[in-house]
Design a binder for this molecule. Structure first.
Ligand SMILES: *Cc1c(COP(=O)(O)O)cnc(C)c1O
Length: 348
């Protein structure tokens, strides 16, 4: 019998467990656009309390929550300073321009993710002929950098530079859960460094749908209307919120296992056939290929051997560990990848 496919393309590929599905089926629900859904309210209160913010709102996706955060905190016709490899730059279909009317001003730091010094260097001297800035965005963990964590000290330094220039901060914390597990810093401490914080339930927490945006009571009143205008008003959404609550309770405490698996995978492939792995802080393994080996070839050969990974760009593949792959799966994935990389290097 052929072995089942091991899917490491993303931590979004997880399927709701039967316990999660039961929690969804049993959820108490109401009309969240009309007068509220009790399970959504419970999730929003839990997230607001975890993040130490006045209020949180449940969203259908991280993208919509990010765009709402930027919409609220920025001004049309200004710039948003953010990491050059940010999700907001590369994977939200130019929503910053199309929806929010702002121009991204990509910051490139000396390291894998921008820091306070890089931010300071990118803030323009004010001029009637240059765009003004209105917002700074941070991403923690940073997906494109390989699940990298910006530490609390690093974020505080960024926050100080932003504040010194009168700029609020929005945090794309789709994987803030992972950052907290990797560092022991609470998500609330991380969240003190931003006015608005987005967190996702459909990455490492394993829920099928959803994200939240948290911030001040005033900002969240506006966010409620913006969410509705963007088409994100949901009715009996308690069935989805129940999955998120289940993920927080049962899947967050085991997230360190994903990080261990990622380190094991990195160790199995680093250096093989000239490939070089970005040392993983969390659950994302970025593998840079030597010249002459294309990422789509490597991804296709791995898929033929039953291991799905994604081509991140022409010379980089990405593998992500998650709750639906165990240690044996990841060991097999490492063997397959290593053998593909070795063969590719020989036939180059
Ligand atoms: C996945 C992701 C998002 C968007 O979340 P969706 O629910 O897929 O819309 C935003 N930022 C980061 C860093 C992500 O990884």
């Amino acid at each position: 019998m052929p072995s089942p496919v091991i899917d490491l393309r993303s931590d979004t590929v997880t399927r709701p467990s039967s316990a999660m599905r039961r929690a969804m089926a049993d959820a108490e629900v109401g009309d969240d656009v009309l007068d509220g859904d009790p399970t959504v309210r419970a999730l929003e209160e839990r997230v607001a309390s975890l993040l130490g913010k006045d209020r949180a709102l449940f969203f259908p996706s991280g993208t919509m929550a990010n765009q709402t955060g930027v919409w609220l905190m920025s001004r049309r016709g200004t710039e948003v300073l953010l990491d050059a490899e940010a999700h907001l730059v590369h994977w939200e279909i130019a929503g910053l321009a199309a929806l929010c009317g702002v121009q991204p001003w990509p910051v490139r730091g000396a390291g894998l993710v921008f820091d306070a010094d890089a931010l300071r260097a990118h803030i323009r001297p004010s001029s009637p002929n240059a765009p003004a800035a209105s917002l700074v965005c941070v991403e923690n963990t940073h997906n494109g950098a390989g699940g990298k964590v910006t530490t609390l000290a690093g974020l505080r330094a960024i926050r100080e530079v932003a504040t010194a220039h009168g700029l609020p901060v929005h945090m794309d914390g789709a994987r803030l859960w992972n950052a907290s597990v990797a560092t022991g810093t609470s998500v609330a401490d991380f969240a003190t460094c931003a006015e608005t914080v987005m967190v996702s339930f459909s990455k490492g927490l394993g829920a099928p749908v959803g994200a939240a945006l948290a911030g001040s009571a005033a900002a969240m009143r506006d966010a409620w209307q913006t969410r509705k205008r963007f088409g994100g008003g949901m009715r009996q959404s308690g069935i989805l919120a129940a999955a998120a609550l289940h993920g927080l309770e049962h899947n967050w405490p085991r997230m360190h296992e994903d990080h261990e698996r990622a380190r094991e995978l990195a160790a199995a492939v680093d250096g093989v056939g000239g490939a070089s792995v970005v040392p993983p802080d969390t659950n994302i393994v970025m593998i840079d290929l030597p010249a002459g080996i294309a990422s789509d070839t490597v991804a296709a050969r791995c898929a033929e051997a039953g291991v799905k990974i994604s081509g991140w760009n022409a010379s980089r593949v990405r593998a992500v560990t998650h709750l639906d792959v165990n240690r044996d799966d990841v060991r097999r994935a490492g063997e397959v990848l290593a053998s593909v990389l070795e063969k590719a290097a020989k036939s180059r």
